[in-house]
Design a binder for this molecule. Structure first.
Ligand code: F6R
Length: 238
């Protein structure tokens, strides 16, 4: 694992954008794995800036997001579909983007369809990950066992509370989601982790103490042969 400590959040976003730009330069038809949450927002802004400057081209690329609330409509501003359109898809020339469908009638069938579609695309070349305060990746919450493939997940109290900042008082907050499994994430050819802020220092420390912790789903990524971790000084605890 390559661990790179940078000074600021902006540095992390630029370094992550370098990795994505280089991936697309080397393989224009790359399959990208994408994440939501606060941390990737600066990366997406930087990729939009580079696209507008003519420095990055998504026209042949495809993307698959890690997760989506379930059930949720695509027009709901809290949906990850809406988030991704707002921060990236509506602003660059990426035409083939997929998320688990929060509107699907049958969650199990949707999970199967999603994994089949990722496999048919040739698998994910470069996967972006953030980490939850409780160590989750995607919506793989701390548990005693982990489904391999995409599945319906019940969100933990910690995640519901951390994500409540995005919801207005009284607004219904989903408690279940469709998420790629740990196996699906580990099948990606390359992984880049972006981690920022003091609040992540404790979980970051646990993530990188060279052990697989059953209660830190993100630590399974240590098993992957090609992981780059970009973190700012605050997240590094320094
Ligand atoms: C979202 C996702 C989550 C987030 C994590 C960190 O697609 O996969 O695992 O990466 O909750 O979120 P932020 O960046 O908001 O701290």
């Amino acid at each position: 694992m390559k661990k790179i400590v940078l000074e600021t959040y902006e540095d992390v976003c630029r370094a992550a954008a370098d990795i994505f730009s280089e991936q697309l330069r080397q393989k224009p038809d790359s399959v990208l794995g994408l994440a939501t949450g606060s941390t990737p927002i600066g990366l997406y802004a930087e990729l939009v800036r580079r696209y507008e400057a003519g420095d990055v081209d998504f026209s042949k690329a495809r993307s698959f997001n890690l997760d989506e609330y379930y059930p949720i409509s695509k027009s709901n501003p809290q949906s990850y579909f809406y988030f991704m359109r707002k921060h990236l898809f509506d602003k660059v020339n990426l035409r083939h983007f997929c998320l688990p469908d929060g509107e699907a009638a049958d969650a199990q069938a949707e999970c199967k369809r999603y994994d089949t579609e990722i496999a048919a695309a040739g698998g994910i070349d470069l996967m972006l990950l953030g980490i939850g305060l409780n160590g989750h990746i995607g919506f793989n919450e701390p548990a005693s066992s982990y489904p391999v493939g995409t599945h319906l997940a019940v969100l933990s109290e910690s995640t519901i509370s951390a994500n409540s900042r995005f919801f207005a008082l009284g607004e219904a907050q989903p408690v279940t989601a469709l998420t790629m499994g740990i196996g699906g994430i580990l099948r990606s050819k390359k992984i880049v982790f972006v981690i920022s802020g003091k609040s992540k220092a404790d979980i970051t420390k646990k993530l990188f103490d060279d052990a697989i912790h059953m209660d830190v789903p993100g630590s399974f990524v240590l098993l992957h042969p090609d992981v780059t971790v970009l973190l700012d000084r605050e997240a590094s605890g320094g």
